[in-house]
Design a protein around this ligand. Structure first.
Ligand code: AHG
Ligand code: MN
Ligand code: MN
Length: 336
């Protein structure tokens, strides 16, 4: 390995002072996410060999079947954050309500709340496709010293202080931002350390990959149908390549590196789309913008939406700026 690669641990320490509220607390928080990521990665890598594939036999609050690995990943990230008492609250796609951290070290004094999608694309796990974890971090808005309240979690995306994801793919990567660009770290499994392999990640301004579930075509708004037609036309640099894994993290990661657009729109049977604003759309939108791309709900900026519910859903169009602008053009044109 190139001896110049720095580790994630070194990177966190070196960049701590760039962070406007620098106190070491956020660094410790990202460190515990790093640890949980390694634990989940270890379990995913041997998933076919242990009894962890398949459904857990339960549904989450949103009525979706929980996979055993959804539950496992949720437990690992929760305990990494709870045991170290470095946050004051957590909310997760797999939990009915937010969790207040109480403990012997005055956890109520902590400043940060974490919002997670512990396992993204979990329907891919049984077939050895890549999956991910998404996290989003905010400063609480209620005063420290007392239990967190729901309003601490219901903040606009533009209030995020950090966000990122882990992609458990052909290699495992942790990609995150604290508002100073996006950096990607690859896990060396032999050593158990993440190394800075993708510094300052940027979306190409334009791209030639479009990603959405075309199986839902009949239910899509006309603007999305027209944009699909545009992507498929033989003109200029088109037709574009169509790529869809069904794990937002994986689709997003590829598009950020190669240039592309990821869309999960509204549809006649899902009027607010499918993806969760707090656990999926906002962190991905923050990363998109920090990587020079654009993230919108088809009409306006994702990070300007005021959430009103923990599990609220939103449509998302994110990726290379020119592609998102073109998709927005078709949405606007067909606005009814
Ligand atoms: P999750 O596994 O956390 O529920 O998220 C799955 C999401 C997203 O990752 C993916 O892009 C999308 O659902 C796939 O949905 P479709 O199967 O409807 O395409
Ligand atoms: Mn997800
Ligand atoms: Mn999930």
């Amino acid at each position: 390995m190139n001896k110049n690669y720095i580790t994630l641990g070194e990177f966190i320490i070196n960049n701590q002072s760039d962070f406007k509220y620098s106190s070491g607390e956020l660094s410790r928080l990202i460190n515990s996410i790093r640890l949980a990521a390694k634990t989940v990665n270890h379990e995913i890598n041997k998933a076919g060999l242990v009894d962890i594939l398949g459904a857990a036999g339960d549904t989450n609050v949103q009525g979706e079947d929980q996979q055993k690995l959804d539950v496992y990943a949720n437990d690992v990230f929760k305990s990494a954050l709870i045991n170290r008492e470095i946050v004051c609250g957590i909310t997760s796609e797999e939990e009915d309500d937010f969790i207040t951290i109480e403990g012997k070290y005055n956890a109520h004094d902590n400043k940060y709340v974490v919002l997670i999608d512990p396992l993204d694309g979990s329907s891919n796990i049984d077939v050895n496709e890549s999956v991910g974890t998404i996290f989003s971090i905010y400063r609480r808005t209620t005063p420290p010293g007392m239990p967190v309240k729901k309003e601490d979690f219901l903040q606009k995306g533009n209030e995020q202080v950090a966000a990122g994801y882990i992609v458990y793919g052909t290699s495992t990567m942790l990609v995150y931002t604290t508002g100073n660009g996006v950096n990607g770290f690859t896990l060396n499994p032999a050593i158990g350390s993440f190394y800075l392999s993708h510094p300052n990640m940027k979306f190409p301004e334009n791209g030639n990959i479009f990603s959405l579930n075309q199986g839902n075509y009949a239910h899509f708004p006309q603007g999305v149908k027209d944009y699909i037609k545009y992507c498929q036309e033989e003109k200029d640099d088109r037709p574009y390549a169509y790529r869809y894994i069904g794990s937002m993290v994986s689709d997003f990661h590829r598009n950020m590196i190669k240039g592309g657009i990821y869309i999960y729109p509204t549809s006649s049977n899902a009027p607010n789309g499918k993806l969760r604003l707090l656990y999926e759309c906002n962190p991905i939108a923050f990363l998109t913008e920090q990587a020079g791309g654009k993230a919108s709900d088809g009409f306006k900026r994702i990070m300007d939406i005021q959430p009103s519910e923990l599990h609220e859903r939103a449509p998302i169009f994110c990726g290379s700026t020119k592609m998102v602008e073109k998709a927005e053009f078709f949405m606007q044109k067909n606005k009814g």
